[in-house]
Design a protein. Structure first.
Lengths: 466, 175
């Protein structure tokens, strides 16, 4: 049995408290009137004299592109007309100020949402990976089942926060989802948006909220059942519970393959209601699965370093690292496939998505290539390196950072535009959920023996060697 | 004289073979070679064979393929015969880079795979029309064969191998 050390517990609670303070500061410092927003803007302009210069070079770059291809530059221009830069000489017209005001108001919500989604999704994908192992009747991973179950034990906590967040969003507590705004489907309203109106069969608040609740509650029911029968199997004399868990796993995976895509449409792709990508569900899943495997590996390495999990050998770690390596490449494949098709086809309604990311998020967007692809591949390509816990931890930290940025770049452009940054809200939210994660996961792990001794494949897993 | 002599011990199961290799190794005898109809998992470790360096070759070959693809796409599509495809700018390689990524990927894989196979053949001294080196054609079907050089200890080795459930043991004069 694992003992949740009081040192770690205090650390987790400290992280939660610091994170919560950060979140509260970010909400308190968000402007509540347009006048306050104007003040923040004026302050920004004064503080970022250098930023104006950078903008100057950007304009030259655009002119260069203009010489070479009228078409591409045209799209760039269009977005600039839609979101006039606040350094533009014509000054701040009132509609622009209103726009920035909403972005600044969105920022603490969006910062919280990025961390909330990232942690929720990684947790549910860890649970999905556990079920893949069950359904495939894999032999190697049995000694890691209690680690995966422990991480899945975080699901009820984040789901509860997520549910509150969804209800607040649905009742207009925040304005992250533009399609929820007043009058977007009403032809007589100045806010009328024909594209959103055409999609109102899917994009309407009751459907959105009910489906979101079904995803979260569904996942939690499967997790509860899985855990229950897994614990019952420990002291069972027959395999009834094992077979029940197998069937639950099959049902969950069938449920998850649909709800994973649909939840991502609802929760992420809906932020850009004009834009769509057919492989979006897979792409976000790739981010989730590589982070999930990393989290499993990190928790395993931690427990092992504390002297638990004696029968986990370096071949188990090797296999986890292989998954981290492979899914990093898989993520790159999907990330690039989504980009390349849109870049090649060059249709304005699709390219706006990437134009905004190239204009306002260039460092983060392109920074994902080294973080999520080049570094993990180079660090984990060597067979021996996959067995060294320090290297797995190092590569894992890079992977988690890179995929947090991936989620950041998915959510932020549509909600805060160019008003993004890493301040109290962003860092506080990550620390809060990290603290909650440590608290929930290690509490869950400490409640059951670390070895699922009733599993019929346990012997095979114990003697697993590469 | 006795240095040319080898013992061939034949087995019909990979688990039995593995146990036999263990026994012989524990008795401190040198195993010259083991012939198997399929790769036996863990046999290389048991025999104490050094780790293959083919993976390092594969990585270098992949880099060669990547470089070749970059050179090739630049020469074909930018320098020699620029083409306007889908209105994309074609005056610099980097502007068209996304279109070349599939080519870069494929040539990396192509070079790594093919050169790795060729390297493996060369390293194993295999080429067309080469005469087979396996001492018993049954090792290509269902029989596992362990070859141990004899150094004036024929009796002792035979006795040891007799305990390992070998289906056949023969002493052979090697040329």
């Amino acid at each position: 049995m694992y003992q949740f050390s009081s040192k770690l517990k205090i650390g987790a609670i400290a992280l939660m408290v610091i994170g919560l303070i950060g979140i509260i500061i970010s909400f308190a410092s968000a402007p509540s009137t347009e006048a306050e927003a104007a003040e923040i803007l004026a302050h920004q302009e004064a503080a970022h004299g250098a930023h104006g210069e950078a903008h100057g070079t950007k304009t030259i770059a655009h002119e260069e592109t203009h010489e070479h291809t009228d078409k591409e530059a045209h799209y760039v221009d269009t977005t600039h007309e839609e979101h006039p830069d606040h350094h533009a000489e014509e000054g701040h017209d009132s509609s622009h100020l209103e726009h920035v005001f909403h972005q600044l108001q969105n920022r603490p919500w969006a910062a919280f949402y990025v961390a909330l989604f990232f942690f929720t999704f990684v947790t549910v994908v860890v649970f999905a990976f556990l079920n893949i192992q069950r359904v495939a009747q894999a032999g190697w991973s049995i000694v890691l089942f209690r680690v995966m179950e422990g991480i899945s034990g975080f699901l009820p906590y984040v789901s509860a926060i997520f549910l509150v967040f969804l209800v607040v969003t649905a009742f207009h507590g925040n304005h992250l989802f533009v399609w929820m705004a007043e009058g977007t489907v009403d032809p007589s309203s100045p806010n009328f948006d024909p594209i959103i109106a055409n999609k109102s069969g899917w994009l309407n608040v009751p459907r959105w909220l009910i489906c979101s609740i079904i995803y979260l509650v569904g996942w939690n029911i499967f997790r509860f059942l899985n855990r229950k029968y897994s614990l019952l199997q420990d002291n069972a004399s027959d395999l009834v519970n094992y077979h029940k868990n197998y069937k639950i796993g099959v049902a969950f995976l069938a449920f998850f393959i649909f709800t994973e895509s649909m939840s991502v449409w609802d929760w992420i792709m809906g932020l850009d209601p004009h834009w769509f990508s057919t492989l979006f569900g897979w792409y976000v899943f790739a981010t989730g699965v590589v982070s999930a495997l990393t989290v499993i590996a990190m928790v395993t390495v931690y427990l092992k370093s504390k002297g638990y999990l004696e029968i986990v050998n370096n071949s188990h770690l090797h296999d986890l690292a292989k998954f981290m390596f492979g899914f990093s490449i898989f993520w790159t494949y999907l990330w690039f496939a989504q980009f390349m098709l849109i870049w090649y086809a060059d249709m304005p309604e699709e390219t706006t998505y990437f134009v905004q990311r190239f204009d306002e998020y260039k460092l983060l967007f392109l920074g994902m290539i080294p973080l999520n692809f080049i570094l993990p591949v180079l660090m984990l390509v060597n067979s021996d390196f996959k067995r060294i816990p320090q290297i797995v931890l190092g590569a894992g930290t890079i992977i988690l950072l890179g995929h947090y940025i991936d989620v950041f770049v998915m959510i932020m452009p549509a909600t805060v535009g160019d008003q993004w940054g890493f301040g109290w809200g962003e860092i506080g939210s990550v620390l809060f959920f990290l603290g909650l994660f440590i608290y929930a996961v290690f509490t869950s792990i400490s409640k059951a023996p670390l070895i699922a001794k009733g599993n019929p494949f346990l012997h095979e897993s114990e003697h697993f060697h590469y | 004289m006795s240095t040319n002599k080898v013992i061939h011990a034949l087995y019909n199961d990979d688990d039995v073979l593995m146990d036999a290799v263990k026994t012989v190794k524990e008795a401190n005898h040198h195993i010259e070679e083991v012939f198997t109809p399929f790769p036996v998992h863990g046999l290389d470790k048991l025999l104490g064979l050094p780790h293959t360096r083919l993976a390092i070759c594969a990585f270098i070959y992949g880099l060669c393929g990547l470089s070749f693809a970059i050179w090739m796409t630049n020469y074909m599509m930018i320098e020699d015969w620029p083409q306007d495809i889908g209105g994309k700018p074609n005056f610099a390689w980097v502007y068209n880079m996304p279109a070349f990524v599939p080519i870069m990927f494929e040539l990396t894989v192509f070079f790594a795979a093919h050169l790795m196979v060729i390297t493996f053949y060369m390293r194993s001294r295999l080429w067309p029309f080469k005469e087979a080196e396996n001492p018993d054609p049954r090792t290509t079907d269902d029989i596992f064969l362990m070859e141990i050089p004899v150094e004036d200890n024929e009796e002792e080795l035979t006795a040891l191998l007799n305990t390992t459930n070998a289906v056949e043991i023969k002493v052979i004069e090697k040329h």
